[in-house]
Design a protein around this ligand. Structure first.
Ligand SMILES: [Zn+2]
Length: 283
């Protein structure tokens, strides 16, 4: 199935449909979108929290409509940055098209916050007391298509012996639980530091930047799931980028960060390509 989602406004895209039980047409929108699938870059960019969209049948999950534009529903600014980087690098981009409030694609299926009944301090009425059937429906609607799409892209590249490095792009709110967060950007990694170390070193050379390392989150918060599932399981290099969302609230900020990170990633390519091709385990 090939559909173009006009509202995102990026060229050369395709979308992956659902797994048989429902088609994208019944939703009016596809749950996942793959852009630049054949891109030549070693980097594959992922955007788990790209969208605040919900299928109409879910309404606003009992929330005020204005809650759907807050960080609890998605990662504001993350998708434009990821799209600009993908374009500059000629990198594939896989993005979820459904709000994390319906189900969080960056969580294992047994995570307590897979379908959060409370996000930060906001109760999500329609997420309380779900039946197993309702839970399965959400998994099939968003989580499975997203992970199937990443799986397909990665397998395709490995079959062609294409160097593959997975990088996920997220954004975080400047204040969480009443606490201000000083970092403009955070790099999240586990004990495979092949991407994180040179990236953090490059970011620390930028004057005036406060760089978080495993801040504001770390893999211990179970936020590293998508990368564990698709990169770490195969020995592929990976890292997670978190940008504070006030930095990327408008096109100027998004462009600035995409340029900065895109340039750094270009310079990282030769360093990572060899290790990525065969999926060498981390040292
Ligand atoms: Zn996120």
């Amino acid at each position: 199935m090939k559909t173009k989602i006009v509202s995102y406004g990026t060229a050369s895209s395709e979308t992956a449909g659902m797994n048989g039980t429902q088609s994208g047409d019944t939703l009016g929108r596809e749950p996942v979108r793959i852009t630049r699938r054949g891109g030549g870059s070693p980097f594959v960019l992922l955007c788990d929290h790209a969208s605040n969209w919900l299928p109409a049948s879910f309404g606003t999950l009992g929330l005020a409509g204005s809650d759907m534009t807050r960080h609890i529903a998605w990662d504001p600014g993350a998708l434009p940055v990821a799209s600009l980087m993908a374009e500059a690098l000629d990198a594939p981009l896989v993005e979820s098209g459904v709000s994390r409030l319906l189900i969080d694609c960056n969580r294992p299926l047994d995570a307590h916050d897979l379908i959060p009944a409370v996000s930060e301090t906001t109760e999500i009425p329609a997420n309380a007391g779900l039946s197993p059937k309702e839970r399965e429906e959400r998994i099939a609607l968003s989580w499975t298509p997203f992970h199937n799409a990443i799986e397909a892209v990665v397998e395709e590249r490995l079959a062609h012996r294409q160097p593959t490095v997975l990088v996920s792009i997220h954004s975080f709110t400047p204040v969480y639980g009443g606490k201000s967060r000083p970092w403009e950007i955070g790099i999240i990694h586990d004990d495979d530091r092949r991407v994180a170390d040179p990236l953090v070193a490059a970011l620390r050379e930028v004057p005036g930047l406060t760089v978080g390392v495993n801040e504001p989150y770390s893999p211990a918060d179970r936020v590293y799931f998508t990368l564990e599932r698709h990169a770490r399981s195969r020995g592929l290099p990976c890292a997670m980028i978190e940008i504070r969302n006030d930095e990327i609230a408008d096109a100027a900020g998004q462009g600035k960060w995409a340029d900065l990170l895109g340039g750094m990633f270009s310079r990282l390519e030769p360093l990572l390509s060899g290790a990525a091709e065969t999926g060498q385990p981390a040292a």
